[in-house]
Write a protein that binds this ligand. Structure first.
Ligand code: GRF
Length: 229
């Protein structure tokens, strides 16, 4: 008999490609989570039709219908409870959440951000990475805390920045990695392998000590020279 899967609501505002990656992962036999609902603050969000076609419950909580951020979040919170959500995955959800809402879901709400945090918090991360001239860029899955894009980091994925990259080409390279690490990070939390404790990520996972990345890639020859000289 399999372990009971944790119920996850995914919050989106647009395209929803990360949400789709989570849905695909949830269909794997050993996946420790199931997607119980996809909720959008944007009625026109493209991801909603994917979710509906996939047989997943959807809901719209349109922030424009509320007089205050608090009133919007109250209904959002109630909606999450209606679907019996145990975890919340923000996936391109473009509303800033108040500390009160965040506190209610502390340790149970994740976000994916398209940069190697703590670099490039906020918007336009790929443009800013190109402007800064970094050689390695990437994405981060973290627990959500009251400070924007600052919660404890669960997983990161890195990509090289290539000389002729544009914002779009870099975004596409990072997005592929987002689709890999978000399901992996959510599975770690849903299975109880990692959790948030005193503002840090603690848990019982195996890290590969030998894993490292460099960009531009160091060739075998120059690496050998470094080691032997
Ligand atoms: C992703 O790049 C994600 O990291 C950021 O917003 C974008 C959403 O894309 N938070 P999608 O809606 O998941 O396709």
């Amino acid at each position: 008999m399999g372990v009971r899967r944790k119920k996850v609501s995914v919050l989106i505002s647009g395209r929803g490609s990360n949400m789709q990656a989570l849905v695909r992962a949830s269909r794997e036999p050993d996946c420790p989570f199931e997607i119980c609902a996809v909720i959008s603050n944007e009625p026109q969000a493209k991801g909603l039709s994917f979710a509906a076609d996939a047989g997943i419950a959807t809901a719209v909580v349109d922030h424009r219908q509320f007089e205050s951020r608090e009133a919007f979040e109250e209904v959002l919170h109630e909606t999450l409870l209606v679907f019996e959500s145990e975890l919340v995955a923000l996936a391109g959800f473009m509303r800033i959440l108040t500390p009160t809402f965040v506190r209610n879901w502390e340790g149970r709400m994740l976000n994916i951000h398209p940069s190697l945090l703590p670099l490039f918090k906020g918007l336009h991360t790929h443009r800013r990475a190109l402007e800064a001239g970094v050689r390695i860029h990437g994405c981060t899955v973290h627990f959500v805390t009251a400070d924007l894009d600052s919660g404890p980091i669960i997983a990161q994925g890195a990509v090289p920045v290539l000389p002729d990259d544009t914002e779009d080409s870099l975004a596409a390279r990072v997005l592929k990695v987002e689709h890999r690490i978000y399901p992996e990070a959510l599975a770690l939390v849903a299975s109880g392998t990692v959790r948030m404790l005193d503002g840090r990520v603690v848990g019982d996972w195996q890290a590969d000590e030998q894993a490292w990345l460099s960009s531009p890639a160091v060739t075998r020859r120059s690496l050998l020279k470094d080691i032997t000289s």
